[in-house]
Design a protein around this ligand. Structure first.
Ligand SMILES: [Mg+2]
Length: 219
């Protein structure tokens, strides 16, 4: 029987591209980056590079090289990004309503996310979702990243449940869906695509569809 749910953070609850665009615009203005590039060119590259899984040092080194920004300037940009990105954190529409819906039904909720611990936790707080979460596991804290099953086990253990009782909702097939299914969880793929691999149990295009889906899963 399904009794609890685990969510991925980035691109599942957190609208990463929207947050990055806001943060990039702010950095562009405060650092007068119009000296180096047009706002559109900078923003496009800034969002794209930050959406690639790579160390942030590398992201800012690439941006510096692409736009001719001096090394000291690039380091300043990274430091400011690290400490202010969460100010721009934007949830997908319906996320808070979904967590309220689950919480009002006493469903334990966990978050399993890859990323630096302070960075992920700052975002979780800024998104306003922290009060709903009964467990938060970050790869930065644990030193183990999804798709490693041990990070999923850590969350299950914190919630005091077994995999068969849990749903995992995430956007990544490789890091979220496949390992969660292999562990025996029910999987919800946060995706606009209709065709899903066999290890995906349900597809969720929008959070407005969540209450109906939850009823189906728990019926
Ligand atoms: Mg994700």
């Amino acid at each position: 029987m399904i009794t609890c749910i685990l969510f991925d953070l980035d691109d599942t609850l957190h609208d990463k591209r929207a947050s990055l665009a806001k943060c990039g615009r702010r950095l562009f203005e405060t650092h007068e980056l119009n000296r180096y590039a047009s706002e559109n060119d900078f923003l496009q590259r800034f969002v794209d590079e930050n959406c690639i899984i790579q160390p942030k040092e590398q992201v800012f080194a690439i941006l510096a090289a692409a736009f001719g920004i001096e090394q000291a300037g690039a380091q300043q940009l990274k430091a400011e990004f690290d400490h202010t990105f969460h100010h721009h954190a934007t949830p997908f529409p319906g996320v808070l309503e979904t967590l309220e819906f689950l919480s009002s039904r006493n469903v334990p909720i966990g978050c399993v996310t890859n990323g630096r611990d302070f960075f992920q936790r700052n975002k979780i707080t800024a998104l306003g979702i922290a009060p709903f979460l009964d467990a938060i596991v970050t790869s930065g804290e644990l030193g183990i990243k999804k798709p490693d099953p041990r990070i999923f086990h850590a969350a299950l253990q914190q919630l005091g449940i077994v995999a068969a009782q849990a749903v995992f909702c995430g956007d990544s097939l490789k890091a979220d869906m496949k390992p969660a299914r292999e562990l025996g969880m029910t999987t919800i793929w946060k995706s606009a695509l209709k065709r899903a691999p066999e290890y995906v149990n349900y597809v969720l295009p929008e959070f407005s569809d969540f209450p109906n889906l939850w009823q189906t899963i728990t019926a």
